[in-house]
Structure formats: C-alpha cells, structure tokens
Design a protein around this ligand. Structure first.
Ligand SMILES: *Cc1c(COP(=O)(O)O)cnc(C)c1O
Length: 453
C-alpha cells in the first residue's frame, strides 16, 4: 500500500480518536503556530510524506473539533464514518461526475441516491435533483428553475434573453429567511432587497394571514427550519395560496427538510410536497463530509432549462441522466457517492433515529437550562435551542466563558431583538454523555464558575 495513503488513514483515525478528550476550540498556541505557513514557496520538490506530517502537525491541532460530539455552534453536523470512508474511495476514483457517458458508475450511484432521497423525504416521484456544494447553491438552483418557469409562462425566455426588459417577478420571502437566500436572489438578478417581506410570528414562522395577494409572475420562498428556532413556516397553507395564484413555491429546508424523514417529526413539514422546489444540505443533518447540498425541482424541464450546458430544450433521457444538466458546475466531484453510502448504511430507520436523537438532545439541553432558572426563548420543536442568561451583556459573558472552558462550543445570536446563545444539535457523534458534560459546562459558565476537573 502506498505509505502516503496508509499514513493519511492512520493520522485521520488518530485525529478522530483524540476528539473526545480535547477541548472543542483549537488552543491559542495551535492557532499561533499557523504563522509558520507564512513561508516562501519551496523551490525544490519536498518529500510527500514529510509534507503530510507537516500538515498534520500544523493543521490538526488548529481545527475546531466539529467532527466530534460537542460542537453546537451553527447547524453543521459531523461526518458518519461510512460517509467519510466513501468520500475517500470516491476521491481515489477521481471521477468527473459531469457526464454520464465517460463516468457511468458515479452517475448511477448519484441517480440511485436521488431516488432514495425523494422516497425518504416524501417528495414527488420524478422530481429532478442536483448534487451541489450546499444549501446556498441549492437555493440558487431552485430559484433559477423558478425564474425560468414563471417567465416562460409570461412568454419570456430568461436563459436566452436575460432579465433586461423581462416582465417583473414578485419575490415573496419571510422576514426571517436565511441570509444566504438573499444572496442567491442577488446573484440571479432578482435583487436582495427587491423582495416583499412577510412578517413572522413569535417563533419566526411566516404569518399566512399576512401574505399579500399574489398575482403575475411570483416566486414564494418558504422555510422549513428557522436557523434560530427550528420552526417551520405553515407550509400546507402557504403552498395552497401559492398554487392558487400560479406562483412558484420554493422551500429552503437546509436542515429542516430532514424532519420529513422521521415519523415523529414529519408533522412539522406537512404540505412540503406541494411546493415546486426544495433546497437542503447533506453536510448538515445527513452527516456527510463537506461540501454537499441538494436541490430538488418538481418540474425537471425548468431545472434543465436553467442549468443545462447545451440547448435548454433537449429531450430528457431517462436512462442516462447527465448530472451537469442539473447543476451550476460542469466538472464536479461525485458528492452523491457519500450520500449514497450514508443512506445505504443508515437505512430509513437509521436516518430517522439520527434526526430524532439530535432533537431529544436539544430537548434535554432546554430542560436542563430551564430547570436551572435560565430562559429558553423558543419552542424546542426540532434541534435548535435559544437560551438567554439575563441581560445581553451577561449572555455574551456566559458564551465567552463557555468558549474559554472548551468542553463544548456554542455561539451568540440576535433574534427578535434578543441576544441569545444558540445550541444546534445535528451531529451523529453527539452522545448522552456529551450532552450532560456540555450542559454542566453551560451551567458553570452561567454561574461564573471555573472548570474543576
Ligand atoms: C445553513 C443554511 C443555509 C446555507 O447552507 P450552506 O450549506 O452553508 O450553503 C441556508 N438556509 C438555511 C436555513 C441554513 O440553515
């Protein structure tokens, strides 16, 4: 075996084995060491094995232990060992997943993963999909398909003629839409600010009673999983309204879409399948390595029209799906392989259990913090917990003390005028012990106590 690969595997294994015992943030010393990177480009070739050891010595200690079980800042997930291993193997294959012809193997794995995903998430059979880098890009794909469809109905070919002189599109979003959705709207020429914002309720859900009358070319952007509270927009009612008006309904479900994979949580996503397009991440709650997101579009033609490299109106070949007809990229790694491996290994039950386990952990955090007299700001319906430790300054101080302690990592958020600590539980690796140790650290930080053991 190539000593480089066996060494990399050994170092990676050692790294992962060491995570439970180390503080979650990198030490100041490890970050300080990174100044050694400020070196000139070597003139001569270096020994590859020495380069790998250098990378490990300098890089591994400077990581946040987000692959472990006690990182709760942002919804980011970890990597299931099987997905990481599949990622390595697929990287060794070095296939360009752009076309079906030269690389039928990875195209077939991606197609199979797509079929499983539609089944798992309860999306309409025949929905088209794209394996992209993350939910930002997935939102972009869904909105590009939407832009195509609503303008085509108005007699305008946006791919050929662009937006100059096109009929205006009304874009409706919730007041608490994710910031990246606005970025995608900006990139597509739909405008970050040129949107109608619908007020949200006390959990951050779009208020169906405040939806304006919809007419003309319209894209209605809904959210499954508010990044602060985990709350879902009332999808069924809003999808109905969108459909009646002939609007295109897009759902950003970067992490929340996975609730649809759980019988216990599916009710949150009721009405989901009535939408026209959906964006989600696999690198968050499915726990595959970065970077991995998914776009789903009910009308295959609209996604192909927006993304196809060649003519937008080529017939769809059911037997030979060329991935690059659906994605912004041409050349691309076969990220669907990691997803296939995760789904094959977990099965329907395993995915549901992983999602439900994270939600159980979130409830335990909320209960433990509440029992100690701290204020939980949101209804903990999913995996997100917002907690306040008194006035904003006290909350900030507590978070700083917690980060200093290093047992776990949480960040600060501003939500509906409140300063809060945000706890996101989305890693397969988080155990009951991780939650208890982290909860104890939070309570210590709030009480102004130092770590004892
Ligand atoms: C994380 C997130 C995004 C952006 O996803 P990336 O994978 O970081 O591109 C979009 N919307 C929501 C609701 C998110 O949680």
């Amino acid at each position: 075996m190539d000593p480089l690969l066996s060494t990399a595997a050994r170092l990676a294994d050692g790294y992962l084995q060491g995570l439970p015992a180390r503080p979650v943030p990198p030490s100041a010393a490890a970050v300080e060491q990174l100044r050694l990177l400020d070196a000139p480009l070597p003139e001569q070739p270096q020994d590859p094995l020495a380069v790998l050891h250098q990378l490990d010595a300098l890089g591994s200690p400077a990581t946040a232990a987000s692959a472990g079980g006690r990182f709760f800042g942002f919804v980011i997930g970890g990597s299931l060992p099987v997905a990481l291993a599949a990622n390595w193997l697929a990287t060794a294959w070095d296939q360009n997943a752009a076309l079906h012809g030269p690389t039928p193997g990875v195209a077939a794995f991606e197609h199979a993963a797509l079929r499983w995903l539609l089944d798992l998430l309860g999306l309409p059979a025949g929905t088209a999909g794209a394996f992209v880098t993350g939910a930002t890009q997935a939102n972009l794909c869904g909105l590009a398909a939407a832009r195509h469809a609503v303008l085509r109905r108005a007699g305008w070919d946006v791919e050929a003629d662009g937006l100059f002189g096109a009929p205006p599109i009304t874009v409706v979003v919730g007041a608490e839409a994710h910031p990246t959705l606005f970025k995608s709207l900006g990139v597509l020429g739909l405008g970050r600010s040129r949107v109608v914002k619908v007020p949200t309720d006390a959990q951050g859900r779009m208020r169906a009673d405040r939806l304006p009358p919809l007419q003309g070319p319209t894209i209605l952007c809904l959210q499954a999983g508010n990044v602060n509270t985990g709350a879902f927009d009332p999808l069924a009612a809003l999808c109905e309204r969108g459909r009646e008006a002939g609007a295109w309904v897009h759902v950003d479900g970067a992490f929340g879409l996975w609730a649809a994979a759980s019988p216990a949580l599916r009710h949150l996503a009721e009405g989901l399948a009535l939408a026209d397009s959906w964006a989600t991440d696999a690198h968050k709650w499915l726990n595959v390595p970065y970077d991995s997101g998914l776009a789903f579009v009910r009308d295959e033609h609209s996604l192909r029209a927006a993304m196809s490299v060649t003519a937008a109106y080529l017939p769809v070949h059911a037997t030979a799906r060329s991935p690059s007809d659906y994605t912004p990229e041409l050349s691309r790694r076969a990220r669907g392989v990691d997803i296939w491996a995760a789904l094959a290994s977990l099965g329907r039950q395993g995915v549901a259990e992983m999602v439900e386990r994270c939600c159980r952990h979130a409830r335990r955090f909320a209960d433990g913090l509440r029992a100690a007299g701290h204020e939980v700001l949101n209804d903990v319906v999913l995996n997100q917990v917002l907690v306040g430790f008194g006035p904003p300054e006290a909350t900030r101080r507590t978070i700083a003390a917690l980060q200093e302690d290093g047992t776990c990592w949480c960040g600060v958020t501003e939500w509906q005028g409140r300063t809060a600590m945000r706890i996101s539980v989305s890693s397969w690796a988080t155990t009951d012990d991780d939650v208890e140790a982290s909860l104890a650290a939070m309570l210590r930080a709030a009480a102004g106590l130092q770590r004892t053991g």
